[in-house]
Design a protein around this ligand. Structure first.
Ligand code: SAH
Length: 437
């Protein structure tokens, strides 16, 4: 089954994926007087009354302020939006992730029920592709009780997710006051519920998924100065009205505690919200089992200034016309690993091209290309593959990172075969080259 997905605008070039600064992403800045957006108004009032704000507060306000935040009331994904993501580029991406979860479910003993929990589901495309795989593997999963839990702050996107995922004939139940603010049933009959925060999702054996979610979480930025670390703040430019600028705090700020003592970089970005989420995920996985798969662009504690904006598939000055462009910062996987605090085992980060290859993307592509009769669909599949796998596109920039219970890697949950003295762990698909040979 192929689902038609448009990856290319005929004359506008390849849509720009965040994290992929290809030839089509020029660093455009609108010239002339700053555009006064409602968000800029809000921020200048705020700064005038209580002083400069941290970059983290700036990012949080701009992206998720309930009234005016960038994510709250629009669909920013896809060609007509500001950036495009892997699940929107190719159905194969979600299918392989679906196989990863099934493979982990099998390796950890085929429990009678599990929750699939996605953080920041965008248009719901990724979960949709995963659920299609679950349906296709119906004979394997037939006695398993599956539910889907989506963590989403955006009103607009949650509605789009419901359109993608749920049955039209069964009305959605909505209750803005409840932690579970919306509820429906998927096309294949699986219950789907929406929450604003991971903390609100019921605990229990779960597979967690976060794709291009952590990069949207607010970061604090610090600059090393002769006087020590100084945090970067956002202030109003005294020379130009309605223009924001970065300033350095005149003295040390409490967030400095997040910086490692032996830090050698001269500029760092730290994302405490990511740390809190990783701690929550690690706690849950250690307690009730399951796994978390986190995919994003990022680095392993080596990069410095990665905070940037995207608007209409082009790089956008982060301080201009706030609320009209996406803001993002590369994920620091070394920080995520540290925040797991040894409660669970972590795997990766490994490059997207390696992970998808290990998951069998070449075989899946071949099957779909051979099955499709439409030359345009074939071309779309091949172009999607290139975008995901090509090292200069998304292949090298995006990474996969997983959290698993320690027992999983020690083979604790596997049945012992006759004559085996010590249980050996099944390889973790995607992270282990031999898994699919
Ligand atoms: N995973 C999707 C979408 C990525 S965009 C894809 O790959 O296509 C980021 C998503 O995270 C959006 O759905 C956005 O609304 C959501 N989001 C951003 N900040 C959030 C937060 N603090 N809590 C919950 N969801 C958030």
């Amino acid at each position: 089954e192929t689902s038609s997905r448009c990856t290319r605008t005929p004359d506008a070039g390849v849509p720009c994926a965040r994290g992929f600064r290809g030839p089509f992403c020029s660093g455009h800045e609108p010239a002339g007087r700053p555009r006064v957006t409602p968000m800029l108004r809000h921020l200048t009032y705020k700064i005038k009354s209580t002083g400069p704000i941290t970059v983290a507060e700036y990012m949080k306000e701009v992206l998720t302020n309930p009234a005016k935040g960038y994510y709250m009331h629009r669909d920013m994904l896809g060609e007509k939006g500001d950036f495009i993501t892997s699940p929107e580029i190719s159905q194969i991406f979600g299918e392989l992730l679906g196989i990863w979860f099934v493979s982990e479910w099998i390796a950890s003993g085929k429990k009678a029920a599990f929750q699939l929990v996605e953080l920041g589901p965008g248009r719901g495309t990724l979960t949709g592709d995963i659920l299609r795989v679950f349906s296709q593997l119906g004979s394997v999963l037939k006695n398993c009780d599956i539910s889907v839990r989506l963590v989403e702050v955006s009103q607009k996107l949650s509605e789009i997710q419901a359109l993608t995922l749920t049955k039209e004939k069964i009305p959605l139940e909505k209750d803005a006051e409840s932690l579970e603010y919306m509820k429906g049933v998927s096309k294949s009959g699986i219950p789907v519920s929406w929450y604003r925060d991971l903390k609100d999702v019921p605990e229990g054996y779960s597979f967690y998924l976060a794709h291009e979610f952590f990069d949207a979480l607010p970061v604090h930025k610090f600059q090393k100065t002769p006087q020590g670390w100084r945090e970067v703040f956002v202030d109003i430019d005294p020379q130009v009205s309605d223009k924001l600028r970065f300033v350095l705090a005149p003295c040390a700020t409490p967030a400095e505690a997040f910086i490692q003592r032996d830090e050698t970089r001269d500029h760092v970005e730290v994302c405490p919200d990511a740390g809190v989420l990783i701690q929550e995920l690690s706690q849950r996985i250690a307690l009730t089992g399951g796994a978390a798969l986190i995919a994003d662009y990022g680095h392993d504690g080596t990069k410095t200034d990665t905070f940037r904006g995207f608007c209409g598939h082009k790089l956008h000055d982060v301080l201009i016309a706030p609320g009209t462009a996406d803001l993002t910062a590369d994920v620091d996987f070394s920080y995520l690993r540290r925040m797991a605090q040894g409660k669970v085992a972590s795997l990766g980060p490994i490059k997207q091209k390696t992970f998808l290859k290990n998951m069998g993307i070449d075989v899946r592509l071949k099957v779909l290309v051979e099955k499709s009769e439409e030359p345009s669909v074939r071309q779309q599949l091949l172009e999607g593959y290139d975008m995901l796998m090509n090292p200069v596109k998304m292949g090298d920039r995006f990474n996969f990172f997983a959290l698993l219970p320690h027992q999983r890697l020690q083979g604790g949950s596997r049945e012992m075969s006759a004559g085996q003295s010590k249980p050996s762990a099944a390889p973790v698909a995607g992270f282990d080259e031999l898994a699919w040979e």
